[in-house]
Design a protein around this ligand. Structure first.
Ligand code: HEM
Length: 404
């Protein structure tokens, strides 16, 4: 048993090294999954947890109000990821700009070292202050960064708040943390005007939030630009928790991420909460028309959720057992049928992803945390060169410069 685990564990390490060297931090396409193992929980524990949550100091604000003031830009800026094909072999094809750009060329660790040396400390100061007042903002920042990078790269498009923008879409209604980014931007603009992009601020803020939650720290390369286009229907491209594994793998691949990244990044659900609307379809005898709850849910957990989730607007922890800790218990939960979202639990039922879940669940939590930093770096490096080149440094993160 132990030796088979060690083998899987080593296999994954080798796989990651091969992938890392093959892609060298550029846009990759790959597949990923999350898993969890079934540790039956007793119903009473969930009740206790439930009460603690309600008594706890941290509260989710309900400020999901969206402003829709600016005219929608209906331009379709969907891009082919042509730059993913690293086409250095001799050929008669004339290289285009898209062929030659990679995040390695566009981003660097010293990007603001002369132009805005205080940028990182300003970001960290604000994230720390906001999270101290409301710890639930930390996971929300992490999710916001994912939703930014998942649509045409990390370009701050999720932050734009005009009529018909991604942020105003139904799919974005539970995104939070915008006020943190606005506060950071305001101070950075005073310190070094028109220098630091909102996309960079969001990337660094999500790293700082992860660290504040007890997760890993990693260096963020900078130099992203802010996109000028944000369209509400594109928010539907981001997985919402009911997709199957093939869809998730293909989605991640389209961003240059692989199956390992899928499983590792899903580990972000070790912290934070979901609205019950994301899980009700698994409950109340609703599931897939079978007249009973989803059978891949632990029985006691299903009972807990049934009571907890009468209203779609209620919140429930993504990690049933250690919701406050940034650890690998998320994967152990999957092994015990305690995955909250359909997409979480599916990671453990699909043979392409379940061995990775086992390795992460059975290995040391440090292994997960290290790999999380690696995959987060890859997530933050997703750039769409044409969007990047057409971008700007916004003076306000919620609005393109031409509207300011
Ligand atoms: C497999 C792809 C993913 C799916 C299907 C997915 C789905 C979801 C859903 C449905 C929610 C709850 C939304 C709600 O009901 O309000 C959620 C929350 C969250 N997601 Fe994901 N997610 C995915 C990947 C990621 C990634 C890559 C990250 C970060 C790296 C992430 C971080 C989070 C966090 C931290 C929360 C909690 C947010 C909060 O507490 O405010 N997710 N996700």
């Amino acid at each position: 048993m132990k030796s088979s685990f060690s083998f899987v564990f080593l296999l994954i390490l080798v796989l990651q090294l091969i992938l890392a060297s093959a892609h060298n931090g550029k846009y990759e396409r790959a597949t990923y999954h999350d898993n969890y193992e079934g540790a039956a929980q007793n119903d009473q524990n969930y009740d206790d947890q439930d009460q603690k949550q309600e008594k706890g100091p941290a509260k989710y604000d309900q400020n999901y109000k969206q402003e829709r003031e600016q005219p929608q830009n209906d331009q379709n800026y969907e891009q082919e990821d042509r730059d993913e094909q690293d086409d250095h072999a001799p050929s008669l094809d004339i290289p285009t700009l898209l062929d030659s750009l990679s995040s390695d060329d566009l981003l660097s660790f010293g990007h603001y070292s002369k132009s805005c040396p205080k940028a990182e400390s300003i970001i960290n100061k604000h994230v720390t202050k906001f999270v101290k007042e409301d710890r639930t903002l930390a996971p929300s920042l992490l999710r916001l960064h994912f939703h930014d990078c998942a649509v045409y790269g990390c370009d701050g498009s999720i932050l734009l708040n005009h009529k018909g923008s991604e942020r105003t879409a139904e799919a974005s209604k539970s995104l939070r943390g915008f006020e943190v980014i606005d506060a950071i931007k305001a101070e950075i603009e005073e310190e070094c005007p028109r220098t630091v992009s909102c996309a960079d601020i969001l990337t660094a803020a999500s790293r700082d939030a992860t660290f504040l939650l007890g997760g890993p720290y990693w260096d963020v390369p900078y130099g992203r630009t802010d996109g000028k286009v944000s369209i509400d229907r594109d928010a539907d491209l981001v997985p919402m928790g009911r997709e199957n594994i093939t869809t998730l793998i293909e989605f991640y691949q389209s961003k240059g991420l692989n199956v390992l990244d899928l499983v590792i990044l899903s580990g972000a659900h070790t912290i934070g909460r979901a609205t019950c609307g994301s899980v009700q379809h698994r409950l109340y005898n609703n599931y897939a028309g079978i007249g009973r709850p989803d059978e891949s849910l632990d029985y006691g957990y299903a009972n807990f959720l049934t009571r907890k989730c009468r209203w779609a607007s209620e919140y429930v922890d993504l990690d049933a057992r250690t919701p406050q800790a940034f650890d690998n218990v998320y994967y152990k939960n999957l092994q015990g049928n305690l995955g909250l979202l359909t997409t979480d639990q599916s990671l453990y039922s699909d043979p392409r992803t379940s061995p990775i879940v086992d390795a992460l669940a059975d290995g040391p939590s440090d292994f997960f945390e290290h790999q999380f930093a690696v995959s987060m770096t890859k997530l933050g490096n997703i750039l769409v060169p044409t969007v990047h080149d057409g971008g700007e440094i916004r003076t306000k993160c919620y609005s393109v410069n031409s509207n300011n």
